[in-house]
Design a protein around this ligand. Structure first.
Ligand code: MEV
Length: 438
């Protein structure tokens, strides 16, 4: 039976580790050694990471890989990707190379509006609330001036505030729905600060509003928070080429390939079981770049999946067609990203990733991320509709099994040679390693 602990957060890092090791591990010394083995030898870097979150005990590594040869809007880039899943970086690189000789990727920003809401309860006459809001709207702007000053200097700020009647969904539920432009920052802090000020203004102004009865003056703010659903912050990425140009080693009949590819996308458009996996493949590329560049991948995930379900049914984020002999493949996704603020200037590898991308603006980063998602989706669908996914996956998996067994160089050569001719399965690889070692 494990014990509860009081004041854990106040313990030093050493004390936390000692407590955990003693409490949960049969070999505490080994657990402590492993945790410490992952500490950075540079104390400054370690302290920095310790302070990103609370109760840090060590670092959790995820590989940072790169996918070169991405031709985007006529310019080559190498895209940094932080991800633990094998095959993803290889697939992105392969798709990048494929499209670099077929016109490259085109990416564009459709819009960049963020939003947030003050959710509140008002028990009274709707028309009086609407009149109150119209008469006090300017105050919401003036009372947030100290928060918006800097953002305005950078060309951003509050775009608009609207009063929404949501009483058809929930009794007495209304909201202030505010829209924002946050330029190169993701904007979470800025938006939340504005919203919390709106909430104060709302309550204060209501108390002083003569047309309200006492009950109407008593507005109850439930919460004020940005929304990670950003359907008006959209980036588009696309590729296209004449169908005949799709020909290469694995694509002997390009028209047949293009048609099958379009069918695969159409299946994801109409069938949620497939759409989820299809979009998961897109997220392999998106999350990896979002993470490498220090952005909030949970926010991106939540927002994108909500967007995928905007019609009421979860569907494919990407689309494809063959028209007049031209194959086109594209996606449009919502992305709220930042290239300033947050981790971007704190995490040394995030800074490095952003420098590798030539210090992009938030809009440029949106384009890189969307392209990585499309490339990943192309690579997955290409494998699925030709050789099948396991072929490439198992080759990478083979590496992981060899690492698991600490295979020597000679063992690796023998195993790889054997599986050039034979199907790779986990048990077959293990059996061969054991046979070699006997
Ligand atoms: C695996 O991580 C992603 C795929 O399943 C995506 C897809 O099926 O399109 C290969």
């Amino acid at each position: 039976m494990n014990n509860a602990v009081a004041g854990f957060s106040k313990l030093s890092k050493e004390e936390k580790i000692n407590w955990i090791a003693k409490e949960y591990f049969s070999t505490p010394t080994e657990a402590i050694a492993l945790l410490k083995n992952y500490w950075n030898t540079d104390e400054k870097i370690q302290n920095l990471h310790d302070e990103f979150i609370e109760n840090t005990i060590t670092n959790f590594y995820i590989p940072l890989g790169v996918a070169p040869n991405f031709l985007i809007n006529g310019k080559y880039s190498t895209i940094p990707m932080a991800i633990e899943e094998s095959s993803v970086v290889a697939a992105a690189s392969k798709a990048a190379k494929f499209w670099s000789t077929r016109g490259g990727f085109k990416a564009s920003i459709i819009n960049t509006e963020k939003n947030g809401q003050v959710h509140f309860i008002y028990k009274g006459d709707v028309s009086k609330l609407a009149l109150f809001f119209a008469q006090t709207k300017a105050t919401f702007f003036s009372e947030t001036e100290s928060i918006t000053k800097n953002m305005q200097k950078r060309g951003g700020g509050i775009l608009d505030i609207a009063l929404n009647d949501k009483t058809n969904l929930l009794e007495n539920y209304y909201q202030l729905h505010a829209t924002f432009e946050t330029k190169d920052s993701m904007g979470a802090n800025f938006i939340n600060s504005c919203l919390e000020q709106f909430a104060k203004t709302l309550k204060n102004e209501a108390l002083q509003y003569d047309l309200f009865t006492d009950a109407e003056k008593d507005i109850q703010v439930v919460m004020s928070i940005l929304s990670n659903y950003v359907p008006n912050c959209i980036v588009r990425a696309e590729v296209s080429c004449p169908v005949a140009d799709l020909k290469e080693k694995q694509i002997e009949n390009p028209l047949d390939f293009a048609e099958r590819f379009v069918q695969a996308v159409q299946i994801a458009e109409v069938e949620p079981y497939r759409a989820v996996t299809h979009n998961k493949g897109i997220m392999n590329g998106i999350d990896a770049v979002v993470l490498a560049t220090g952005n909030d991948f949970r926010a991106v995930e939540a927002g994108i999946h909500a967007y995928a379900a905007k019609s009421g049914q979860y569907s494919s984020l990407s689309h494809a067609k063959v028209e007049n002999g031209i194959f086109s493949f594209w996606l449009e996704i919502p992305l709220a990203l930042g290239t300033v603020g947050g981790l971007t200037s704190l995490h040394p590898l995030v800074k490095l990733s952003l420098e590798m991308l030539e210090k992009p603006t938030a809009q440029e980063l949106m384009q890189f991320v969307a392209v990585a998602g499309l490339a990943q989706n192309f690579a997955a669908l290409r494998s699925l509709t030709t050789t099948g996914i396991q072929d490439g996956h198992m080759k990478m998996h083979l590496n992981n099994i060899l690492n698991q067994f600490d295979a020597t160089d000679t063992e690796r050569i023998t195993v790889r040679a054997h599986f050039k001719q034979n199907a790779i399965t986990h048990s077959a690889v293990v059996a061969l390693i054991e046979q070699i070692r006997q």
